[in-house]
Ligand binder design. Structure first.
Ligand SMILES: C[S@@+](CC[C@H](N)C(=O)[O-])C[C@H]1O[C@@H](n2cnc3c(N)ncnc32)[C@H](O)[C@@H]1O
Length: 254
């Protein structure tokens, strides 16, 4: 069994297991985005025909998955990846008619108010979504009753409570780990606004193991993978599941 085969787990992730792991690893920008999305969508209630914003969609794997698995129409918005590159991924995956790629910065979204039924963000919110003012800004793009879903790296305890970023994490991601919040932190941060009802705030089951399986596969199967992913492998190995996790968060706009 290769390290790519370890990314096919139909018992745990039946939908994600239908995707070629080599394709997915080729679009890598962080730990298995399809597993995160499949876990997140279980709490969400997406229905065919919904208009969904995939915010921080990267190279596009999650947008392909949303269109194929849930029959929704997707706007894939990202800042670092040119829209033409993402559009090529969507065309090749056969969803070019249902997924539109847009280059957009998360604080200057080029959309009408209340134009989405759902906003989904996988492994991106930590870059732009932790400010007190961000949820109120983003919520304006959702219709009343619209759904919000975020998967974002987490620590099992807040950095504030630990008093420091654990050294093995600080060595690899530096101060960025202060944006890796617990489900409880996010629940309070969203609920206090009075704008959304939080429907779930939980850790992804087996988040650390999932992250490790993904990183091992990327290290083995990407050009220069061992060098690029080595530091993250060291971080995960030293962590042994003590601190590193992912938060899954869903809510509904009032
Ligand atoms: C770790 S990558 C994850 C990409 C993709 N969701 C995935 O899981 O493969 C984070 C993404 O967040 C996007 N991002 C970061 N800051 C952003 C911002 N200010 N506005 C819009 N997108 C942003 C980046 O462009 C990048 O594609």
């Amino acid at each position: 069994m290769t390290l790519l085969d370890a990314l096919i787990r139909p018992d745990r992730y039946p939908r994600s297991s239908r995707y070629d792991p080599a394709w997915l690893v080729g679009l890598d920008m962080g730990p298995n985005p399809l597993w995160l999305l499949e876990d997140l969508a279980a709490d969400l209630g997406l229905r065919p025909g919904m208009k969904v914003l995939d915010l921080g969609s990267g190279k596009g794997a999650t947008s392909v998955f949303l269109a194929r698995e849930y029959g929704v129409d997707v706007v894939a918005a990202d800042w670092w990846i040119p829209a033409e590159d993402a559009a090529a991924v969507f065309a090749e995956a056969g969803v070019g008619d249902r997924v539109r790629a847009v280059r957009a910065e998360a604080h200057a979204l080029p959309f009408e108010a209340e134009s989405f039924d759902a906003v989904v963000s996988v492994d991106a919110f930590e870059y732009f979504g932790t400010a007190d003012t961000y949820l109120p800004y983003l919520a304006r793009f959702l219709r009343p009753g619209g759904l919000l879903a975020v998967a974002t790296p987490a620590l099992t305890r807040e950095v504030r409570d630990l008093g420091t970023i654990p050294p093995h994490i600080e060595r690899v991601v530096g101060w960025e780990a202060i944006a890796w919040h617990t489900p409880e932190w996010w629940r309070f941060q969203w609920e206090i606004t009075g704008l959304v009802d939080v429907t779930t705030a939980r850790h992804q089951p087996e988040a650390w193991q999932n992250w490790l399986l993904w990183t091992r596969a990327c290290a083995a199967h990407q050009p220069d993978g061992a060098r690029v992913h080595g530091p993250v492998l060291d971080m995960l190995t030293e962590d042994a599941g003590e601190h590193l996790s992912f938060t899954l968060l869903t809510g509904r706009k009032r």
